[in-house]
Design a protein around this ligand. Structure first.
Ligand code: ACO
Length: 406
């Protein structure tokens, strides 16, 4: 289907080519226990609670403890989402972890999640689109389901941004927080779920929000560490201008693709970066403030996790109800932006029985044992078979420096 701007769109208000719909059947979130208030921040950098609240709306954020990592938060959020969905890890076809703070360059954080959940050999990859990553992941996952190629997809946004923040830069360290949110998407033949999604980028603005070092252009070195080049650098004013421009247009575009007028939208869940950006989007769309789900006052900007965390809280307190039409809209470094139109079609299920809860915990304990056994088996195979090549021959000896050249 052609999008409103002539480019191909990533969805439409109907079944996919295979006659399927991609429903959000489970949702979960995890945040670290440690709360960092504006008052505490004002003892670290030259700022005040009054400045932060009036310029951003943020009052406090969560900060990862020594044992929290991007993977551990992602796993907690995923387990909760699977519980809500009543889906077992064995049913997962694909795990997408959208993150700007992966556990490693590789392996992908998604693979660590796959292993911890005990999702047997399902596909798993990380998605890098900065704060728009969760919207991109929802688009990719729902399209795979609607096309009929996959049945169940877990999409996670997880971040430990506190680990890449420059705690001396008052222009950025006040903004970010840590957390994770997850959705389970599943194939259904009844209408609803993800109706349309769009993904956009403009790499000419890549310099406006970046972590300069640690990649192949500027590998980690003594100098990069000394100069603080592994932390977030941002041109706040330019990012602000970009965000206010794209939020409203992305909402309009995705609603149109889904065949919905703005009057038919019940709730908008925006990326939780700055209250003033959300207010500008509300003005641009001519919508009242109370149509926007906002929780940035308590979590700050958790990047890819901000939208699913806001959805989880809004479902829990009844602001999102079955049959509501929702728009999720995000923007971030890259520059990237995107939006998703959803018909929220699933009732929150009753709480799990203690027995079912225990059964699920034992599945995760078994996954740990299985992981250790697999590692052990791999080592044993190495000892038994040595350095054999797949063809059965011994690996050729490594070429020495200068040998066989010219
Ligand atoms: N406390 C006190 N003063 C401050 C602080 C602070 N924490 N930070 C900046 N200031 C000062 C500046 O030094 C400047 O002082 P000066 O006029 O003497 O030079 C003054 O406040 C105004 O600075 P601005 O940068 O113009 O402030 P602005 O109103 O634009 O607010 C902010 C800054 C909050 C960063 C805003 O620009 C913003 O939110 N931008 C968008 C950022 C964003 O959303 N980033 C995330 C994108 S998503 C992702 O992918 C990660």
């Amino acid at each position: 289907m052609a999008g409103v701007n002539g480019r191909s769109s990533n969805g439409a208000n109907g079944p996919g080519p295979g006659g399927h719909y991609a429903h959000i059947v489970g949702w979960g979130m995890a945040v670290p226990d440690r709360v960092l208030s504006n008052a505490e921040l004002s003892r670290i950098v030259d700022t005040t609670d009054e400045w932060i609240v009036s310029r951003t709306g943020i009052r406090e954020r969560r900060i990862a403890g020594p044992k929290d990592t991007t993977a551990s938060l992602a796993i907690r959020a995923a387990q909760q989402a699977l519980e809500v969905a009543g889906v077992s890890p064995a049913e997962l076809d694909l795990i997408i972890v959208a993150t700007s703070t992966p556990e490693h360059v590789f392996p992908a954080t998604a693979c660590l999640v796959q292993d911890a959940l005990g999702a047997p050999e399902c596909g798993a990859f990380d998605l890098s689109a900065a704060c728009s990553g969760f919207i991109y992941g929802l688009g990719m996952g729902s399209q795979a389901i609607r096309s009929g190629s996959l049945e169940t997809v877990l999409v996670i946004g997880s971040e430990t941004l506190s680990r890449i923040v420059n705690w001396k830069d008052r222009g950025t360290c006040i903004l970010f927080g840590d957390g994770a949110g997850a959705f389970v998407l599943q194939r259904r033949d009844t209408p609803g779920g993800v109706l349309a999604s769009l993904m956009r980028s403009d790499g000419s603005g890549g310099n406006l929000l970046a972590v300069p070092a640690g990649g192949s252009r500027m590998p980690a070195s003594f100098d990069t560490v000394r100069d603080g080049l592994h932390a977030i650098e941002m041109n706040g004013r330019e990012v602000f201008r970009f965000a206010t421009r794209v939020m409203a247009s992305a909402c309009r575009e995705v609603a149109q693709q889904a065949g919905l007028s703005m009057d038919e939208i019940d709730m908008i869940v925006p990326h939780q970066a700055n209250l003033r950006i959300i207010e500008a989007a509300a003005r641009g769309l001519g919508l009242p403030h109370d149509k926007f789900i906002i929780n940035l006052d308590r979590y700050g900007n958790t990047s890819t996790a901000s939208i699913p965390i806001a959805v989880c809280e809004a479902v829990a307190d009844g602001r999102i109800r079955p049959n509501d039409n929702l728009l999720l809209v995000g923007f971030g470094g890259g520059l990237t932006w995107g939006a998703t139109a959803i018909q929220w079609a699933v009732e929150a299920p009753p709480e799990l029985s203690t027995w079912e809860h225990l059964r699920r915990q034992s599945v995760y304990q078994f996954a740990k044992v299985r992981s250790v056994m697999r590692r052990g088996l791999r080592q044993l195979e190495g000892v038994i078979w040595g350095a054999q090549t797949p063809e059965g021959g011994k690996e050729p000896p490594h070429r020495k420096e200068g040998e066989g050249k010219g």
